[in-house]
Structures are given as structure tokens and as C-alpha cells.
Ligand binder design. Structure first.
Ligand code: CA
Ligand code: CA
Length: 70
């Protein structure tokens, strides 16, 4: 692991987040997620929502996104 890998990871996740966030409002809704990953099974999406949506508002902030993505 290089010293700047955490920063690189964050930069990559930011880009990924922005590409999924179709309307660019800074939150990924379930619909936006489904539009970006059409093959994702409903169970996976449900599990993701349970694990990732920390504040339970039904959408993912960048902070929540970064926490669950590899
Ligand atoms: Ca959005
Ligand atoms: Ca949330």
C-alpha cells in the first residue's frame, strides 16, 4: 500500500459516486443506483440499503457510499 492510496481511493469513489448520482444533487437514490446497476438483484439492493444507509433517509450520501464501497 502506498502512502497516498487512501486519497486515491477517495478520489476514485468520488468519481464513481458522481457517475451514479444522475441528477447531481449529492445523494444517490435507490432509483439512481438501479439505473446504474440494472443487473443488481433486488435482494442485493435491499441488503445494501440496510447496511449502507446509516441515517435511514433512503438515499446514500458520499459519506455512506465511501463507508461501504471497497
Ligand atoms: Ca441524485
Ligand atoms: Ca442516508
Amino acid at each position: 500500500m502506498s502512502a497516498d492510496s487512501a486519497g486515491e481511493r477517495l478520489a476514485r469513489l468520488r468519481r464513481e459516486f458522481a457517475s451514479i448520482d444522475g441528477d447531481g444533487d449529492g445523494f444517490i437514490t435507490e432509483a439512481e443506483f438501479r439505473a446504474h446497476f440494472p443487473e443488481l438483484p433486488a435482494e442485493a439492493l435491499g441488503a445494501l440499503r440496510e447496511n449502507a444507509d446509516a441515517d435511514g433517509d433512503g438515499r446514500f450520501s458520499l459519506e455512506e457510499f465511501v463507508r461501504v464501497m471497497p
